[in-house]
Design a protein around this ligand. Sequence first.
Ligand code: RP5
Length: 165
Amino acid sequence: MAEPTPPVAIIMGSQSDWATMRHAADTLRELGIAFDARIVSAHRTPDRMVDFAKGAKAAGFKVIIAGAGGAAHLPGMTASLTPLPVFGVPVESKALSGQDSLLSIVQMPGGIPVGTLAIGKAGAINAALLAAAVLALSDDDLAERLDAWRGRLSAAVAERPKDDA
Ligand code: RP5
């Protein structure tokens, strides 16, 4: 029998984005959320992007995390082709340090939302946590795992700074 579609799709414009987007994958793994990671470029593989985005909901995905850098059209174009929530991660570009990625993703026209995260690793981690929060609305076990994850985050913060840390 075929594997069921996981709830989260992580898509990215290039193999070079994986160094950033793997932090989203790692966070989903920590939370016990299955995902499928794919390279889907708005510019180099536009037909792949259209096929993926148009079919994502019917395929069974619930949330899409889309990372891209530079002229980062993937999150917005994907959002224009699916009713699923899309979280966009601006990948840090070499030329403009991800400012280009951020502005390309965040400045969507009214009507087609992309939930835009911070540039780079923090954005990838937070995209996974937002995806988890959405899924946790209808999954009590996941809600508990998410609470525990946040509890561990707080517990790991020392009350006072150390000289040798
Ligand atoms: C974008 O161009 C990708 O999302 C990537 O961040 C950037 C550079 O891609 P490569 O030239 O490294 O493949 O489409």
